[in-house]
Each structure stands twice: as structure tokens, then as C-alpha cells.
Design a protein around this ligand. Sequence first.
Ligand code: SF4
Ligand code: SF4
Ligand code: SF4
Length: 278
Amino acid sequence: MDKKRRNFLKIAGISTLAGLGATTGLGRLVGGAQSAVAATEEAATAEHGNAIEQNAGDTPCVNRYGMLIDVRKFREDLSLGERVVRACHLEHNVPNIPVKKDEIKWIWMTHYENAFPEQPHLYLDQTNVEFQLPILCNHCDNPPCVRVCPTKATFRDANGVVIMDFHRCIGCRFCMAACPYGSRSFNWSDPRPFLDDATMNKDFPTRTRGVVEKCNFCTERTRLGLQPACVEACGDTKAIVFGNLNDPDSEIRQMLKQHHTVQRNPSLGTFPSVFYIV
Ligand code: SF4
Ligand code: SF4
Ligand code: SF4
């Protein structure tokens, strides 16, 4: 395992447990969660020939859902970013909280240097300096957030999707400290007053104060045979392609074969299931 990855896993474990464990009075859980971090490290130590093929999570997954985001399409049509964010947040009753530090985000637009901090350099091309691209939970194949969750409120389903049971979340925020991508948001206050009754999706649960939330790869839609809301919002542009990475015949696998793609912070050993054509 390279030094950077080892350091990340240690920092994720130790800072999460020391910082949050102390403040939330969950010290008794620290021992168990530390073992979980050690297990993460062990899993990441295993040899992985191909970042797509490997599956280092502790739940054997039948499928491994993934996403391919074609950033070029977001540059061609500047309205696309707003459309995908809006589609996701309406679908999942994500509150529109105006105070930046309390924001709840499932998918959002950001600059290249924030999305790919391992790659920027002084002479980055103007296109990547100017434009933004969408980021969301990576549904990592080796997810540190799952390892540290003391209540199993965060877990992987049979499709390799990292999802949450909001009812089991005790708000300890171990998962937020463990996630190196900032993909999770915490409800510091009751989010319901920030939802618009007129646009609320009555079929999706709202959350409460003290609960963490994030992108769920639209499991409520995919189990009905629908595409994720953000994919649907892209129309037929193929700006986002969603599918099963374990199926060599799937569209996403075909596209991955044809294009050079990158993942976010690959050196951390989390094996993101979200890929980008930049
Ligand atoms: S991106 Fe963060 S929240 Fe999502 S699976 Fe990976 S570690 Fe967990
Ligand atoms: S999902 Fe909830 S219970 Fe699990 S680590 Fe995150 S905050 Fe804690
Ligand atoms: S997959 Fe679904 S939950 Fe995730 S960002 Fe897209 S619309 Fe939101």
C-alpha cells in the first residue's frame, strides 16, 4: 500500500474516533470502529489488478452500480449542471438552506481543482479553470464511511450502492470525517422548514435534525427500473451514464473501454464507482 493511502486510512480512523467520539460520548464504540479502520486498511492492501473489477467491501455485491460523467457535455451546455442538481434535490427533498455552512448537498457543481486535487498544476488549461463539473458520493468499492459507522446506518446494498437508513443514524458524524470527498451533509437543524410544500416529493422521506444524508444512487428509482433522476435530467445527451460495472456488456463498461477516464483521489484506495471523462 502506498504511503499516502495508508496515511489517509489512519487519519480517517483516528481523527474520526478521537474527535467525534469524544464530543459525542461514544468512546465505547471507538475500539470496534478502530478495528473496522484496520480492516479497511487490510482490504485496501490486497492486490487489485483493475480498479473496476475489484470489490474490497465486506459485503459481496452481485452488481456494482457505477456512473460515468462526461464533463465535456457539461461544458457544452451550461444549463446541464443546474438541471441535474435541481432534479436530484427535488426528487429527494433536499432542503435549500441559505447558510453556506449548513448546506445540504447530494450533487453539486465545483471546479476541477476541487474535484481532482491530486491532478491540478500551475498550467491547467483554461477550460478546466473556468468550468465546473458535478460531484456526488462515489459509492466507493472500499468505503471508509461504512467501516466507521457504529450503528450500520450506512451500508452497502447488493448493488454495491452505499446507502443510509436514516432511522438508524445517531448523528455521530464518524462517516463525515471518514469520507475523504465531503460527500455527506449533516442536518444541524430541522430541514423541513426549508422545503417547498408545492414541490415536495411525498414518496421520499424527509429527514430530521441530527441526521446525515447523501446521494443514494436513486435506489428508490433504479429498483423500479428507472434511471437516476440526474441521468434522466440529462435527456439523451449521455452526459451521465449509469449502469452495472460488473456487467462487461453494459453501456457504462463499453464507454469505459472507449474513453480515458479518471476517478477522484484514486491514491486513497477507496475505489470510487464514479468515473469522469475530462
Ligand atoms: S464518497 Fe464518501 S460517502 Fe460516498 S461511499 Fe465514498 S467514502 Fe462513503
Ligand atoms: S451514518 Fe449516522 S450513525 Fe453512521 S457514522 Fe454517519 S452519523 Fe454516525
Ligand atoms: S444518482 Fe440520484 S441521488 Fe445521486 S446525485 Fe444522481 S439524482 Fe441524486
